[in-house]
Design a protein around this ligand. Structure first.
Ligand code: ZN
Length: 126
């Protein structure tokens, strides 16, 4: 399952790709998804606006990086403005470079969490 999440595969069959392009292939279209799984037909958008919640998952990623860089700050304790700028700049560069990946993994985790939760919800049993 972890490998399917890392490769952005369908939560049901774990074979079909969720996204049309690779993360850095077409940067403006990195979030374009298939409407349904090309392999099993699983609906990737259970309801309109489903992926708004992925924004909060992305917020968790960004916050985790911030905490990591705060730890780096306390390890090195820079004494100059350049030291602050270096750590702050490294944080911003990390967020900038990983932005497409974080956006995608937010959606993937959102869909995996939702489909795992729906297994316990009788409304989705069929
Ligand atoms: Zn599938």
């Amino acid at each position: 399952m972890l490998s399917a999440i890392v490769q952005c595969k369908c939560p049901r069959c774990r074979k079909g790709d969720m996204f049309k392009y690779k993360a850095y292939e077409k940067i403006t279209k990195h979030l374009e998804m298939h409407k349904t799984c090309p392999h099993c037909g699983f609906d990737f958008e259970p309801e309109t606006g489903f992926y708004w919640g992925a924004m909060y998952v992305n917020y968790i990623f960004t916050s985790a990086f911030l905490v990591a860089y705060i730890i780096v700050y306390f390890i090195f304790k820079p004494r100059s403005v350049e030291g602050y700028a270096l750590i702050g700049g490294a944080y911003l560069l990390t967020i900038f470079l990983l932005w497409p990946k974080m956006n995608r993994y937010s959606r993937v985790l959102m869909l995996y969490f939702s489909s795992a939760a729906s297994k316990f919800d009788p409304r989705y049993w069929s």
